[in-house]
Design a protein around this ligand. Structure first.
Ligand SMILES: [Cu+2]
Length: 191
């Protein structure tokens, strides 16, 4: 009887206790592994990594952002420089700007009986493979063939004796020649 009772009850409980103790020790070890050394090493190792990564990321963002801003500013500057005509040398002259995009303005209207001064400017640079930035204002009917170099201007004159009429002008240097509609314009001389 006494043998049976201890066998039965201690058989279950001691083993259970042992197993419990083992489990606790295991969980302790586990927890000690999880909460103890691991987090310490992980936090010690990963936190500085994060701190190291953040500045490098910021640096990349700053560098790439700066490069993007610089490239954008350079592109805008190039466009502005290209679109900015040379300053008129003769404010009294009619201003005509020529570029690969055409003439600005594409039409002029003047009164007959007086000298017509026209300042022709090229806003294109010499880097243009088509014509090298040179443009022309030619009016066959008047024997006019004015030419201007890249990023420069010249003042030309039509005599006061120019008869009233509508004269087509063209540039035959660039953009496929005088057949290109954008390289054409009209001078109207009214009586
Ligand atoms: Cu032209």
């Amino acid at each position: 009887m006494p043998l049976l009772l201890p066998r039965h009850t201690p058989d279950g409980s001691p083993s259970a206790l042992v197993s419990d103790r083992k489990d606790r020790s295991v969980t302790r070890r586990h927890s000690s592994f999880k909460r103890g050394p691991r987090p310490a090493s992980a936090s010690a190792g990963s936190a500085p990594r994060h701190e190291r990564r953040l500045p490098s990321k910021l640096l990349r963002i700053v560098v790439f952002g700066g490069l993007a801003v610089l490239i954008g500013a350079a592109a805008i500057a190039l466009v502005v420089i290209r679109l900015t005509p040379p300053a008129p040398t003769d404010p009294a002259a009619l201003q005509v700007r020529a570029s690969m995009d055409g003439f600005t303005p594409p039409a002029l209207a003047v009164k007959a009986g007086r000298v017509i001064k026209i300042e022709l400017a090229s806003t294109d640079t010499s880097m243009h493979s088509d014509g090298g930035g040179w443009h022309e204002l030619a009016i066959d009917a008047l024997g006019v063939d004015w030419k201007v170099g890249p990023e420069s201007s010249r003042v030309f004159e039509l005599p006061a004796s120019t008869p009233p009429g509508t004269y087509a002008w063209y540039c035959d240097i660039c953009c496929g020649g005088k057949e290109n509609p954008s390289m054409q314009g009209t001078l109207t001389v009214s009586a």
